[in-house]
Design a protein around this ligand. Structure first.
Ligand SMILES: *[C@@H]1O[C@H](CO)[C@@H](O)[C@H](O)[C@H]1NC(C)=O
Ligand SMILES: *[C@@H]1O[C@H](CO)[C@@H](O)[C@H](O)[C@H]1NC(C)=O
Ligand SMILES: *[C@@H]1O[C@H](CO)[C@@H](O)[C@H](O)[C@H]1NC(C)=O
Ligand SMILES: *[C@@H]1O[C@H](CO)[C@@H](O)[C@H](O)[C@H]1NC(C)=O
Ligand SMILES: *[C@@H]1O[C@H](CO)[C@@H](O)[C@H](O)[C@H]1NC(C)=O
Length: 688
């Protein structure tokens, strides 16, 4: 079971992006289907209904090097049209690429296969063409080896005398190198725990228990109360692995027995898959919520200070800006304050505003040359949306950060190009820039920068190794669930489902994700800002199953069926409350409503809200107040009740995010208490 899950985790890693799924088995990689949504009424090519047309038009595609891929080109209308693929305009296909019945087949993707392809449909003397770009990427090759804990070995005991110091070692291998977390009696040890600090922590010299950088745990002046089982979890993007040892404390006068290491034959490594990650996430969330509660009690003046401190902590936590000292001007904080003095909501374009307040985005500026391996993801409201890689070290050097590190830190990023000249959209681009530059939180995509030295400008946001939450949720459906869904709502919702499913999210984890989204949204609300498009498609998920709220908003790409054009505006109709749709009124309370819709998506494995209704019926029901959300039975009652309140018609009756955050945090504690006791029960069953 564990092994199976590990295999799936490795597989999952390679999935990365919403339409890209690499199967472990190359032969079955025909799962690389185009993401084409909302196929209208299906008509077989050859019938005589209307003009020749693409239904739907083929999309751009990215393929992993050496991977297998298919690109469909479906044509409707005309009389028995022939469909053919060409390289560039009309050149023959390169070797290794073939075309059959309108489908372009790539048996093994090579670099030279990248380029422009044309699908040409001919019917008598009429012909139509569609062009797509095929990208070949080497994207995922850096993640290979899931972590494995070599030490402690199973059943290992460590003996120590009262008053002595002891080092508990944890050695793990993996690629990328895993990070180590220790737990005692199944409670994760962090610098927030009593007596515990990290090697670089402020209290390192006085802390009795130290988490060392090399992965070892040091316990000073051991007392009898330290005799516990200690677990070491090694985690990386490639998975998690955990092993335990037992610390046996002897009276001062005792002679220590020789160390007994685990019996190799019985080496049962407890691979806890995601359970360890749960604990970490739960912990992080509880700390955050507690801090927020604390904060609410502060007076307005103190509030900002705490926020800054929080921001500073976050920076340190991220381990990237360790050089920030207490009191030193915070790069982002400064940006924030300069900006705050400006009239915030004036509807001026980015350009004119930027020139008026020169230097406003200077701090964020990065050259386009730092973006590599750019691949097209789709189209958003302002223009194309890409994925790319960015070397953060270069960015840091550019900003004159004192950085002794010389190792390249290449991260996947989401790039939103600004190609539109529409004033409203320029304002929206600026709004999103403001949002991501002012709100920093571990559950919100970071704004890495802005490429503004030449047109089009690029907004560069953090992306994750596993890509968007919606694709992930769909991948967690079983074949039966997928079929049941399609049978229930109709085949127009049949999304291409990856061939290999991912294990479903566990009970606790769904609530943890809900909590993370709540804290992210709460953070935005606390800055008096709004997101306006909270939905699973705009959330990312990391391989550690951590959620990050982002903003790809592929309104004209593969998610276009989730948007609706109303009075020149493209809106996520099914996610929005009445006041936003009908009056264009967006507020924190409309974010609360959307938040609830996104949680609903997590529990329904990314069903389309009101899937049975077409856009106009949804609009109609919003108008006459008859739109009813139904929560799935798998949702905890308390959460269901909370969501119902979030969907109240009157914005003032919807709860605040602070309350939402606290309620979910309580729920998490309840569920994790159950889970932990379940875990230890399982374990004692195992030991018997
Ligand atoms: C093309 O489609 C037809 C009918 O759908 C089928 O008979 C034929 O075998 C297909 N050809 C290829 C090469 O797949
Ligand atoms: C980590 O460092 C401590 C002392 O600094 C040492 O005793 C311990 O063996 C080291 N652990 C590993 C795994 O090398
Ligand atoms: C260890 O954890 C279990 C449940 O997780 C708890 O009942 C027990 O009291 C804990 N032991 C100590 C010494 O804290
Ligand atoms: C460090 O120790 C002092 C006093 O023991 C305590 O007040 C402070 O909160 C500790 N700091 C951290 C980060 O744990
Ligand atoms: C070790 O811990 C004991 C109590 O458990 C305390 O009395 C003693 O002073 C400590 N020794 C040192 C060197 O900190």
């Amino acid at each position: 079971m564990c092994l199976c899950r590990r295999v799936l985790l490795i597989f999952l890693l390679t999935t990365g992006f919403y339409e890209f799924l690499k199967a472990e088995d190359a032969i079955h990689q025909s799962g690389l289907k185009m993401h084409i949504h909302r196929p209208r009424k299906h008509r077989a090519a050859g019938s005589t209904d209307g003009d020749l047309r693409f239904e739907p038009a083929p999309y751009n595609k990215k393929l992993e090097l050496n991977g297998v891929g298919k690109i469909h080109c479906k044509v409707a209308g005309g009389v028995a049209p022939t469909v053919q693929w060409f390289m560039n305009d009309e050149e023959p296909l390169p070797e290794g690429v073939s075309s059959a019945n309108g489908t372009l087949l790539i048996a093994e993707a090579k670099r030279e296969h990248a380029g422009l392809y044309t699908c040409k449909a001919t019917d008598g003397d009429k012909s139509i063409t569609a062009k797509i770009t095929l990208d070949i990427v080497e994207w995922f090759l850096f993640v290979q080896l899931p972590p494995r804990v070599l030490e402690p070995t199973a059943g290992q005991q460590v003996h120590v005398r009262i008053g002595d110091d002891v080092f508990l070692n944890c050695k793990a291998i993996g690629d990328p190198p895993p990070t180590i977390h220790w737990d005692r009696n199944r409670t994760i040890l962090t610098s927030q725990s009593d007596e515990v600090d990290t090697e670089d922590g402020t209290n390192a010299s006085s802390a009795r228990i130290l988490l060392l950088n090399n992965g070892s745990l040091q316990i000073r002046n051991v007392s009898e109360q330290d005799s516990y089982r200690y677990g070491c979890t090694a985690g990386s993007a490639a998975g998690l692995s955990r092993a335990e040892l037992e610390l046996i404390v002897h009276p001062e006068s005792d002679l220590l027995p020789s160390e007994s290491s685990g019996v190799a034959g019985k080496a049962v490594l407890v691979s806890i898959s995601v359970a360890g990650a749960y604990m970490l996430l739960v912990l992080a969330l509880m700390v955050y919520c507690r801090r927020r509660r604390l904060k609410r009690r502060q007076r307005a003046g103190e509030k900002e200070e705490l926020e800054m401190a929080e921001g500073r902590e976050k920076l340190v936590e991220e381990g990237e800006e360790k050089k920030v000292q207490n009191g030193a001007p915070l790069h982002n904080g400064r940006l924030l304050h300069e900006r705050d003095s400006g009239a915030d909501n004036s509807e001026v374009s980015v350009m004119s505003r930027a020139s008026k307040k020169s230097g406003q985005y200077e701090q964020l500026s990065i050259p386009k040359s730092l973006l590599t391996e750019q691949i097209t993801l789709g189209r958003g409201e302002f223009g194309d949306v890409y994925l790319a890689k960015l070397d953060l070290l270069q960015v840091k050097k550019l900003r004159n950060k004192d950085e002794s590190d010389t190792e390249a830190k290449v991260k996947p990023v989401l790039v939103k190009a600004l190609t539109t000249k529409d004033e409203n959209q320029l304002a929206e681009f600026r709004r999103q820039l403001d949002l991501f530059s002012r709100v920093r939180h571990e559950n919100i995509s970071r704004l890495f920068g802005l490429c503004n030295e030449s047109d089009p400008h690029y907004m560069v946001l953090e992306h994750t190794d596993w890509g968007d939450l919606k694709t992930f949720l769909i991948a967690t459906r079983t074949d039966e669930e997928n079929e049941e869904y399609i049978a229930r709502v109709g085949s127009s919702h049949a999304l291409p489902k990856p061939q290999h499913s991912v294990p479903p999210l566990e009970h606790l984890h769904k609530v943890v994700l809900a909590g993370q989204l709540a804290t992210a949204a709460n953070k935005i609300a606390s800055k008096r800002m709004t997101h306006r498009d909270i939905a699973a498609r705009n959330c990312l998920i990391t391989s550690q199953l951590q959620l990050k709220l982002s903003f790809p908003a592929l309104t004209r790409g593969p998610h276009s069926h989730e948007y609706f054009k109303l009075h020149d505006q493209v809106i996520p109709l099914r996610w929005l409350p009445q006041e936003s749709v009908l009056e264009g009124d967006y507020s924190t309370k409309s974010d609360v409503y959307m938040f609830a819709a996104a949680i609903w998506e997590i529990y329904t494995k990314a069903e389309q809200p009101f899937a049975k209704l077409n856009d106009n019926s949804v609009l109609e029901r919003l108008k006459n107040d008859t739109l009813e959300w139904n929560v799935p039975g798998s949702m905890p009652d308390k959460l269901a009740a909370l969501l119902k309140r979030c969907w109240t018609k009157s914005p003032t009756d919807r709860p605040q995010f602070t309350a939402v955050c606290e309620e979910i945090s309580t729920l998490i504690q309840e569920i994790s208490a159950e889970t932990v006791s379940q875990h230890s029960k399982d374990k004692s069953d195992l030991n018997e």
